[in-house]
Design a protein around this ligand. Structure first.
Ligand code: ADP
Length: 546
């Protein structure tokens, strides 16, 4: 029997329509690359999105056409999110931190027909414009006064002119909710990047789940500042969840240093933020150095790579900011798990609570996960057994864009699961903990050593700014852990002190065999430590034999 409720597709435009009607005066505040602060309301946003949707049609873009963006977090990027997807086109966010060759490759693979870019990236586009095979229009996201006097970019269009010249009369089209909405390429640490094509339905469902109390817990009273970039995995869906909740949105633009972020948090009364650990490191260093506080910030999601327990402790104990440790990936829109407590946790001893908080968390409703051994057998949820982490759900990738191969693994019941490439344990309460990425696992005499655990311990040392643990070749054990350390400025620590720091914290055979000190640990385009580069750099490192 068919249910008798309205058949209304879940479309991204409906988030904007709701915000305009119910939270019309709520603000969107942006630090612009032009240097100033811009503010307007959801009402203004909605009107400009309608104008932009008309302008996109004026550029000759058809439904399904890809719109490339090279932009920071800001209101114009948000307008592209809503006008682009809402009008049935596909917003393709590109990561400007990638090498220009890779950017060109990605834009060609996606067949982007137009490229919108921030002022910061004018030199980048001037250097590459001629190389994009399918891009017909380049649009500088600025007003007329910021347009370059002379440029090699053919027929450069001014964003504000484009909006101004378009009518604000526009009805958001209604179409199938499985229609593609946005596209993001994985960072491609191995091989060429692969496109992940999100849909309206997956995006709206993900926004619902992310806003729930045991996830980001967003409300109309929040002021949300996503530090995590809109150019990678849609800033973890915050531009959708925040608009859904009717919360105030604050965008940091290109200024992601500690001082700029802290100033904006305080000036705009930010209550909620989200970012990768390396960004928070800069912010915490600034706040500590100047004896500052967070007067309004109450919660922050930290994910993208493992959040060191020492960082969680600093936020919670010194600054009264609750850390929500989260895990996900581009292929998962990205949220999979968030670490929030279950009932009874208040009564646990502090060390046990801290151990739970360091885990990546519980699966959101909508994400089904399991761990399996090499033969595909499900492993017990006992917090001990480590296996390959598999996921499935309505906002998990089924196929890569433009690729024929089937990335899924099938269980005995024929159900497809997406292999995350992560190695994890799951405990009896359903808390998942990533021990490693499959390719980063250290195999010592056939046993696995989890590099994340070893890094977290090192990063708890007061003199350590960042630490990576990689496999180094060992004549007897095949691989042994080598700790690569970047010290905090002005701090000292020796190899022996660091090795002694592990005593009593891990099994003896897990303690790294050696420590090397480096000036900097290479970070990838999404702020993660590039362990493949470190493995390459220390390929010939000779471990001490005693
Ligand atoms: P890519 O950089 O390959 O595009 P994503 O941004 O999609 O990758 O990142 C996904 C990966 O990042 C996960 O598979 C996992 O290895 C790692 N990751 C994300 N969040 C966490 C976390 N909280 N703890 C540990 N690892 C994490």
């Amino acid at each position: 029997m068919r249910g008798q409720m309205m058949d209304q597709p879940l479309l991204i435009s409906s988030l904007l329509v709701h915000a305009e009607r119910h939270h019309g005066s709520r603000e969107v505040v942006s630090r612009r690359c032009e240097g100033d602060i811009h503010r307007y309301s959801y009402r203004d946003l909605a009107q400009r999105c309608r104008q932009l949707a008309n302008a996109l049609a004026g550029l000759g873009l058809d439904p399904g056409d890809r719109i490339g963006t090279l932009a920071w977090n800001g209101y114009r990027h948000l307008e592209l999110y809503y006008a682009g997807s809402g009008s049935g086109r596909v917003v393709h966010t590109l990561n400007p931190r990638l090498h220009p060759d890779q950017l060109v490759w990605i834009a060609d693979d996606a067949r982007d027909r137009v490229m919108f870019f921030d002022l910061t990236f004018l030199p980048l586009i001037e250097a590459t414009a001629a190389r994009f095979a399918t891009v017909e229009h380049f649009v500088l996201m600025a007003d007329r006064s910021h347009m370059p006097a002379g440029t090699s970019i053919p027929n450069l269009i001014c964003y504000e002119d484009l909006i101004e010249g378009a009518s604000a009369a526009y009805d958001w089209p209604v179409f199938d909710e499985t229609t593609a909405s946005s596209l993001c390429y994985t960072s491609g640490t191995t091989g060429n990047p692969k496109g992940v094509l999100y849909q309206h339905r997956s995006t709206v469902l993900h926004a619902y789940a992310a806003a729930l109390p045991d996830a980001m817990g967003l409300s109309a009273r929040d002021v949300v500042l996503p530090v995590v970039p809109m150019f990678h995995v849609n800033a973890w869906g915050t531009p959708y969840s925040t608009v859904m909740a009717g919360a105030k949105l604050v965008f940091p633009g290109p200024a992601l240093d500690g001082r700029s972020l802290h100033d904006l948090f305080e000036a705009e009364g930010v209550t909620f933020s989200a970012g990768v650990p390396t960004v928070w490191q800069g912010l915490l260093a600034h706040v500590e150095e100047h004896g500052l506080r967070f007067s309004t910030l109450r919660r922050t999601v930290i994910g993208g790579s493992a959040c060191p327990p020492a960082m969680i402790e600093t936020f919670e104990k010194s600054y009264d900011v609750t850390v929500l440790h989260a895990w996900g990936m581009t292929e998962m829109s990205p949220l999979g798990t968030v670490c929030t407590m279950k009932p009874g946790a208040e009564e646990l001893p502090e060390a046990e609570r801290a151990a739970i908080k360091a885990k990546q968390g519980r699966a959101l409703y909508g994400v089904d996960m399991t761990i399996v051994d090499a033969e595909g057998n499900e492993l017990p949820w006992d917090g001990q057994a480590q296996g390959d982490l598999l996921v499935r759900g309505p906002w998990v990738l089924d196929r890569y864009f433009n690729r024929d191969e089937d990335p899924l693994r099938y269980d005995a019941a024929g159900r497809g699961w997406f292999p995350t490439g992560d190695v994890a344990t799951i405990d009896a309460d359903g808390f998942m903990q990533i021990t490693d990425r499959t390719k980063d696992v250290i195999k010592s005499g056939g046993e696995w050593i989890g590099s994340i655990d070893l890094e977290n311990i090192a990063m708890g040392h007061p003199s350590v700014a960042m630490a990576a643990c990689i496999a180094a070749h060992h004549p007897k054990w095949d691989e042994r852990p080598l700790l690569v350390v970047m010290k905090k400025p002005g701090r000292e620590v020796t190899r022996e002190e660091l090795l002694a720091f592990y005593e009593g914290k891990v099994a003896k055979w897990w303690v790294p065999d050696d420590v090397v000190f480096v000036d900097a640990i290479p970070l990838g385009a999404t702020g993660k430590m590039q362990k493949n580069k470190l493995r390459e750099a220390f390929r010939d490192h000779v471990l001490p034999t005693v």
